[in-house]
Design a protein around this ligand. Structure first.
Ligand code: TRP
Ligand code: SF4
Length: 373
């Protein structure tokens, strides 16, 4: 068992030891299912590049795609602070699955942000629509077969799940998963998240028996709990285990964790493009202290946030990325030149993205049922 190793989905630890997730928690490496996916669809950039590194039961998704069976994607985001490139990764995946025909459910985790992060309601609501939903739409999420809802403002069948789930979960098992400092706010948030994940299976919401949850690995405790809950409600409600995938977090531009509370660590989708470019130029890199050393030893793209920006977001062509990687490793490419190249791509991306954003804001308010307090 995991012993002392525990993941706190509400904490701020960095998960570096992905191996532990495989060893202690039964997560599987995504590279095992990548060839299966390749047989039925072109894998997304983040999958081809190992950014999506883990999964549970992804086979059921491949099977659905193969047989042309309907399936759903459910994920959620906390509406706090700015939406940055770290958050963009999960929406990119959602857009990919939408293009494969999936029905999309997006939870705005406002109940959780209010209870656990203690953010005021007015702020949460505005941030959710204008900062998050508007950006999803501007990124290319299509309004068809899309359900975006606030956790505090949804339908009765969803709330009923939370109430029913409470009967078959013990405090001891929740403490084993989440730690001993469990408060009601966290218990309610965890059961709410279980309802988020499982509700698309109810007939009221489309009766999807294949549901995939793409998330960061910090959310895996919720998935483990939810899978157990599904088993316990198998006969009563016909619930099945969800599939899930896990992606690596981005390194902050400072070389440390990317964090919403440190603006110099991230680039937001609404940052002024020129200012964002300057932020990138100031970024930590995997380069060497002098040009001479870099030519001799080569750079270290594997620890470089600039390389991550290119690989995760700015370069879609695999051959082009490979060239950058090799030129960095061999010392042919120096960081100044590499950063200027990345900056140019970034500024262009942000200018285009922000042109779409104004129209997206109006649509966001029309698309989502906004809570009245
Ligand atoms: N807890 C998630 C976070 O901290 C947000 C969330 C709420 C979520 N419901 C979800 C994520 C359902 C995945 C699936 O960001
Ligand atoms: Fe990073 Fe580019 Fe420098 Fe390599 S050359 S370390 S990828 S900034």
């Amino acid at each position: 068992m995991a012993g002392e190793y525990r993941i706190d989905p509400w904490g701020s630890q960095v998960i570096r030891e992905y191996e532990k997730l495989f060893k202690y928690f039964g997560m599987r490496p995504f590279k095992e299912v990548l060839p299966l996916l390749e047989e039925v669809a072109e894998p997304h950039r983040l999958m081809r590049r190992g950014v999506v590194f883990g999964h549970r039961d992804f086979e059921i998704v491949v099977d659905a795609i193969k047989k042309g069976k309907r399936f759903a994607i459910l994920t959620g985001l906390m509406p706090s602070g700015k939406m940055h490139f770290g958050h963009k990764m999960v929406i990119d995946q959602v857009i990919y699955y939408q293009s494969l025909g999936a029905e999309i459910f997006l939870a705005i985790a406002d109940a959780e942000a209010y209870a656990v992060r203690k953010i005021p309601r007015e702020e949460l609501i505005r941030t959710a629509i204008e900062e998050y939903v508007a950006n999803y739409l501007a990124l290319g999420l299509r309004p068809e077969r899309l359900h975006i809802y606030f956790q505090t403002n949804y339908r009765k069948e969803y709330y009923r799940l939370i109430q029913l789930f409470s009967r078959k979960v013990t405090l001891a098992e929740m403490e084993a998963i989440y730690g001993e400092d469990l408060e009601p706010a966290k218990i309610v948030s965890a059961l709410t998240q279980a309802a988020d994940i499982l509700h698309p299976q109810l007939p009221h919401f489309g009766g999807f028996d294949v549901v995939l949850v793409p998330v960061g690995p910090d959310q895996d405790p919720h998935l483990r709990l939810t899978r157990d809950i599904a088993d316990r409600f198998r006969s009563e409600l016909g619930l099945r285990r969800p599939a899930s995938t896990y992606h690596r977090f981005m390194t902050g531009l400072t070389g440390e964790k990317m964090s919403s509370s440190k603006p110099e660590s991230y680039i937001a989708l609404t940052d002024d493009p020129e200012e964002a470019g300057r932020k990138l130029m100031r970024s930590f890199t995997g380069g060497r202290p002098t040009a001479e050393e870099q030519r001799r030893l080569g750079g270290r793209p594997e620890i470089c946030p600039v390389y991550e920006m290119l690989a995760y977001h700015l370069v879609d062509d695999d051959a082009e990325l490979k060239r950058i990687y090799e030129d960095c490793k061999s010392g042919r490419l120096l960081c100044g030149q590499c950063k200027r190249y990345a900056r140019e791509k970034l500024v262009k991306f942000l200018e285009e993205h922000q042109r779409k954003l104004e129209a997206a804001k109006d649509l966001a308010y029309k698309l989502v049922d906004v809570p009245d307090f």
